[in-house]
Design a protein around this ligand. Structure first.
Ligand code: FES
Length: 176
């Protein structure tokens, strides 16, 4: 486990998880950089159709893979009022922070453990529609990280075992 140092400099864009194959497949037909701006609504619609919403993480990957800024992506998404949603579609939501401070406290291991226990990729929803696994980039409680958000309830100083228990409880497959 990496040591957390309070004076460590956070990285600005911690896309530390690999880009999912499902997202790569969405990007594949849109490889003309000159057409990216025009095709942005189509790309956003494809992301929303696949995941049920526009995950922030995937929008960040979009800006890494194509010559477009995050502010431009959000501008286009907000321009079409009501067309896109930024909330995951599951009945419950488990958010795990991969922001710079939580990452230094090994929140990536929490993502992997929960992902494995649910057999679910981050930003996806269980087939029964009970639970969406979401990545956050700062929940505003950095010093108490790693942070989990179980629906609207924050859990501080989390670890993989606790996160898996919470995920099971939210999904209705584990009591507490
Ligand atoms: S980096 Fe996780 S709460 Fe700020």
């Amino acid at each position: 486990m990496s040591d957390f140092k309070s004076n460590a400099r956070p990285s600005p864009d911690p896309l530390i998880l690999p880009i999912p194959d499902s997202l790569k497949a969405i990007f594949a037909p849109f490889r003309d950089p000159l057409a990216t701006e025009e095709q942005l609504p189509e790309i956003l619609s494809a992301i929303q159709a696949r995941y049920g919403y526009l995950p922030e993480r995937h929008l960040r990957y979009l800006t890494r893979e194509f010559p477009i800024t995050l502010s431009r992506v959000y501008k286009v998404a907000f321009a079409e009022e009501g067309k896109y949603t930024f909330d995951p579609p599951g009945k419950h939501r488990l958010g795990i922070c991969l922001g710079p401070y939580c990452s230094q406290r090994n929140s990536e291991a929490i993502v992997h453990a929960v992902s494995k226990s649910l057999d679910l990729e981050p930003e996806d929803t269980t087939p029964d529609g009970q639970l969406s696994l979401q990545i956050m980039y700062c929940a505003g409680h950095c010093r108490q990280g790693p942070i989990l958000m179980a629906d609207d309830e924050a859990h501080f100083e989390s670890n993989p075992e606790r996160a898996c228990r919470i995920a099971g409880k939210l999904r209705g497959t584990e009591g507490e």
